[in-house]
Design a protein around this ligand. Structure first.
Ligand code: CO
Length: 194
């Protein structure tokens, strides 16, 4: 059973490795990730947000309908080109309750493999372009709070501190393993699939 990890969980800082093959187990993982994303009202979820060190993202910009036609599975996504500039508010399922403005490219061209092993090219603008950049950042261990122009503002810093405290408490309560155990588990999962 997968679970969304919250900032400052070390899995979120891990630079994920490309996936070598698509199999039944990967399809199961993708299904579970969509389920978690929908349950939590997100539009995108990267694999390291559920503790898996793989370059894998699920997205649905209209999550309420849960329409499979709107579901995107991005395996080993690469952003090839970026243009334009747009600053908008972002949020993230790993940083619940935090919203902050992030300057991104307005347009991206990207490519990714899907579950049938086919490579698809994307030309994205608006929310989809933003989601691509936010999610690809995750795969490199980068969070939107690293990029926000609101860094240093007391309201944001307080919320970040609250998440850090909640994480420390959860760890103190035995709900989260120590850094060494997490690193070992990540290495084990990498050996399986990358
Ligand atoms: Co996110």
């Amino acid at each position: 059973m997968l679970k969304i990890v919250k900032y400052p969980h070390p899995a979120l800082r891990h630079e994920s490795r490309p996936i070598r093959r698509v199999d039944k187990e990967l399809r199961r993982i993708v299904g579970e990730m969509f389920e978690l994303m929908y349950e939590n009202g997100g539009i995108g979820l990267a694999a390291n947000q559920v503790g898996l060190p793989y370059r894998l993202v699920v997205m649905n910009l209209e999550p309420d309908a849960r329409d499979p036609k709107n579901e995107l599975v991005l395996i080993n996504p690469v952003i090839a080109r970026k243009s334009g500039h747009e600053e908008k508010e972002e949020g993230c399922l790993s940083l619940p309750g935090i919203y902050a403005p992030v300057a991104r490219s307005a347009n991206v061209t990207a490519s990714a493999y899907d579950l049938s092993g086919l490579e698809t090219k994307y030309r994205a603008s608006g929310l989809l372009a933003r989601a691509f950049q936010h999610e690809c950042d995750h795969l490199d261990g980068v969070l939107f709070i690293d990029r926000t122009t609101a860094r240093g503002e007391p309201e944001l810093e307080t919320k970040i501190l609250e998440l850090e405290r909640a994480f420390t408490d959860a760890r103190g309560g035995g709900e989260i393993p120590d850094d060494e155990a997490i690193a070992e588990e990540i290495a084990r999962l990498e050996a399986l699939r990358t």
